[in-house]
Design a protein around this ligand. Sequence first.
Ligand SMILES: *Cc1c(COP(=O)(O)O)cnc(C)c1O
Length: 420
Amino acid sequence: MITRQDCLALDAADPLAPQRNAFALPDGVIYLDGNSLGARPRAALQRAQDVIAAEWGNDLIRSWNTAGWYDLPQRLGTLIAPLIGAAADEVVVTDSTSVNLFKALAASLKMQADAPAHAARRIILTERDNFPSDIYMAEGLIGWLERGYELRLLDSWADLPAALEGDAGAQVAVVMLTHVNYRTGRMLDMKTITAQIHAAGALAIWDLAHSAGAVEVDLNGANADFAVGCTYKFLNGGPGAPAFIWVPQRHHAQFTQPLTGWWAHRQPFAMQPAFAPVAGIKRAMCGTQPVVALALIECGLAVFQDVTMAALRKKSLALSDLFLALLEQECAAHPLELITPRNHADRGSQVSVTHPHGYAVMQALIARGVIGDYREPQVMRFGFTPLYTGYDDVWQAVMVLKDILDRSDYQVDAKRTAVT
Ligand SMILES: *Cc1c(COP(=O)(O)O)cnc(C)c1O
């Protein structure tokens, strides 16, 4: 039997508890949606004031140099690198995750097309349950290319080894997978799967949208080929903040992408009519970056300087374990079904449960200050962000859920208008 006292004791002994002060969270809210939009670092308000009033307002165009605007995409990349097992010069923050995935896919297809032994490969493999935008971006690219590429959707990631075998496997150019599934919270074994993909002669692109800042990631240790990810989720960079793209050093020379804007030019200010790519990770960029949004990301990343991913992961699992145990203890009478793996190695930093009235129950939770979110079909998602979520928050969230379920205190015909 777990009691509230137990949860309070866990908070009192939690070495990460002080990090919560780095975030401004409204009173009366238990925020379990940091996997979709991270909370605001306190420092972001002052940073926004500085970048708008001083850097833009006073210093005007000089700030590209004097305030370091120009280097911001790479500087942020160096801060993200240690969180994902990357070298400092392998990451840049620019554009959106969808756009960066498009670049990584295009680069992969080109690299394969340029390798005589692989030039005939025409298949892009992914999971049917991948984040829809990832699937749409691949469809968009190959539909536009009209070179006979085919997007093949696996019913499950478990079908991947079979799909990589034999003649069919020899057709696969690239496999794009999301490391932690947005709906179920299931985490894949990046190292083993990347090795399987390479053994079949294909390239491996990883989407880290629900991984960066949430779980330990070792891109170089896994020998992955490309990766992309969001900064506005677990990295707390701000709504719609630009995303990152990782290109390992071993691919820098062959890496080309079709969005060849001037920020990827060797001499952007030479204003030459011909494009010539810059060396290194800046090749992944396109045009002028949204400086205000970029500047705020630094506030989110600064918090990670004071913690280790190992400590965050440990607490994340403890929080989701507690949530699972309390669901069983308090809500066993209700038709909740866990779709997140129980096994630690297979679990990201969220727990997803289905309920026949999942949408309505989630709206009732949000109305009572417990903010998670809903995804079709019937899935209630609860994200655990160890930087600012405590054990007593988990206790309180489950008690509110229990009360809503025990009293059927939700509107079954709630109109589905909310984004969350
Ligand atoms: C959140 C998420 C995205 C978001 O992409 P945007 O371009 O920022 O809209 C992409 N992929 C996955 C797997 C995600 O979870």
